[in-house]
Design a protein around this ligand. Structure first.
Ligand SMILES: *[C@@H]1O[C@H](CO)[C@@H](O)[C@H](O)[C@H]1NC(C)=O
Ligand SMILES: *[C@@H]1O[C@H](CO)[C@@H](O)[C@H](O)[C@H]1NC(C)=O
Ligand SMILES: *[C@@H]1O[C@H](CO)[C@@H](O)[C@H](O)[C@H]1NC(C)=O
Ligand SMILES: *[C@@H]1O[C@H](CO)[C@@H](O)[C@H](O)[C@H]1NC(C)=O
Ligand SMILES: *[C@@H]1O[C@H](CO)[C@@H](O)[C@H](O)[C@H]1NC(C)=O
Ligand SMILES: *[C@@H]1O[C@H](CO)[C@@H](O)[C@H](O)[C@H]1NC(C)=O
Length: 424
């Protein structure tokens, strides 16, 4: 019971295997890390063959968007291949200047004292990542709707974006549903609507009941996407979609009412598809739904790859912690972890959707945060998530605010600059 509550509240790591670092094995990952880097670096960004509506709109609107000083250098740059460099000016806000930081992500409020984890900026190898600029961002999305679709980690990015955009305009909170956890904010000066659409699996699902009581096992239906995120799709210009942490638990997958596989199971007549297999099937279903949406003309979908957890010396429920205070080098990152495997699957599925999208004018762009965040075991709330009723459990899944999750919104800004034709 306790563990089910914990999962529903925040961390979702039932039966989690070894996403955590294993420092004893680090050296052996050096060569595989190099090989995988080369192997994957070529499909990190898909340029759009179709002009998205948002791009022509921004040109029609004739908005005076300031060109970022980094200009076109980001256009042919692999933004996701790089390292963290020292920068004592990396954070644009503090807990005292953003009033909307959720308490559980406000690490300093909850007693964290080391601040050095704030002093790092992401440096792509081939260019500089433009600093987040709320004015440029808001001008680019003027008149647009943007929806984040995913779990509490997706919501973490929305909260970061709210802090960053609030430096330009304070939005109005226009919708809040406690049950499905959907939220909508409106930036009236820019007529920009930001939505958080909560879904843990992207597809429809329910907890299995065993002998009349709910279990920690889920049934997922890959032929039905989660209703919570689809109604708004046709009027949305940008979608940022992600999933991952909820799949580390027992799951039964259904297609047309028939069981087609399971996760963390051992049954003679059901195929164990593994966490990755379940993520592949549900991601494919969700991206196919977007591709099949005829009214969703010009929709730009940003696929955000898996955000790794960093439990060390145990898992979330066996005393695991994340108490490091600085980033790792790329050579120290475990590229044989399940997190890296999940990322590979998500990129394959995004690539498949992108090919399909070319036929019907849909744009899919990858925001590949996995490796950069694998290097940031120092940036989770850990002990400092302010939970009074679950002492001893640490949050090594979500990210402190401010912190390196703010960089995801710099990726997003760069993607928008490319998609709107601001840099060409
Ligand atoms: C720090 O960043 C702000 C805003 O990005 C900029 O105005 C300021 O000049 C920077 N300060 C230093 C010391 O680089
Ligand atoms: C911000 O963090 C400091 C500790 O660095 C804490 O004392 C303060 O209460 C926090 N303020 C807010 C508004 O969260
Ligand atoms: C369900 O209840 C029956 C009868 O009380 C029991 O034999 C069985 O083990 C229970 N199943 C589970 C999964 O708890
Ligand atoms: C698998 O076998 C068990 C026991 O024979 C049965 O209850 C269950 O319905 C079977 N599942 C499928 C998917 O055929
Ligand atoms: C893990 O345990 C080792 C040995 O007790 C300790 O030195 C290390 O600091 C721990 N790591 C973390 C992240 O807590
Ligand atoms: C990476 O390694 C180099 C050389 O070993 C070291 O100087 C640097 O501080 C390391 N960077 C990080 C982020 O750990």
């Amino acid at each position: 019971m306790k563990s089910a509550n914990f999962q529903d509240k925040s961390l979702n790591h039932h039966n989690k295997r070894d996403i955590c670092l294993n420092s004893g094995r680090l050296a052996s990952f050096f060569f595989s890390s190099l090989a995988l880097t080369m192997l994957f670096s070529f499909f990190l960004y898909f340029p759009s063959p179709f002009e998205a509506i948002s791009r022509s709109e921004i040109q029609r609107k004739g908005v005076n968007v300031i060109k970022p000083s980094e200009g076109n250098s980001i256009l042919h740059c692999d933004l996701f291949k790089g390292h963290w460099t020292r920068d004592h000016n990396a954070s644009l806000y503090e807990n005292s200047t953003c009033s909307t930081i959720p308490e559980s992500k406000n690490c300093f409020l909850n007693g964290r004292t080391d601040k050095d984890f704030l002093n790092w900026r992401w440096k792509p190898e081939g260019c500089n990542l433009p600093r987040f600029d709320p004015k440029i961002f808001l001008d680019m999305v003027r008149g647009n709707k943007m929806a984040f679709i995913g779990d509490s980690v997706a919501e973490n990015q929305v909260h970061s974006l709210l802090c960053l955009l609030s430096l330009g305009e304070i939005p109005k909170d226009i919708y809040k549903n406690e049950i499905d956890r959907n939220r909508v904010w409106h930036f009236s000066e820019h007529d920009f609507t930001l939505m958080n659409l909560r879904t843990n699996f992207l597809v429809a699902g329910e907890q299995r009941s065993i002998n009349g009581s709910l279990s920690a096992t889920y049934n997922l239906h890959i032929d039905k996407v989660d209703k919570n995120w689809i109604p708004n799709l046709p009027t949305t210009d940008y979608v940022i979609i992600s999933e991952g942490h909820w799949f580390f638990r027992p799951i039964y997958l259904y297609d047309g009412g028939k069981i087609i596989g399971c996760v963390y199971c051992n049954e003679p007549n059901i195929t164990n598809v593994g966490v990755g297999g379940a993520i592949r099937l549900t991601f494919r279903a969700a991206l196919a739904h977007i591709n099949g949406c005829k009214e969703c003309r010009g929709l730009v979908t940003v696929v955000r790859t898996f955000s790794p957890a960093h439990f060390e010396n145990g898992t979330w429920n066996t005393g695991g912690s994340c108490s490091r205070t600085g980033p790792l080098n790329e050579s120290d990152v475990n590229l044989e972890s399940e997190a890296w495997e999940v990322r590979k699957i998500q990129i394959e599925e995004a690539e498949r959707a992108q090919k399909e999208g070319e036929k019907n004018g849909k744009t899919f762009v990858i925001m590949d945060v996995t490796k950069a965040m694998l290097m940031r075991p120092d940036a989770h709330p850990g002990d400092y998530w302010g939970n009074h009723w679950m002492k001893g459990y640490r949050d090594c899944v979500h990210w402190c605010m401010p912190g390196p999750i703010d960089m995801w919104n710099e990726f997003l800004m760069a993607i928008l600059e490319i998609e709107t034709g601001l840099v060409s």
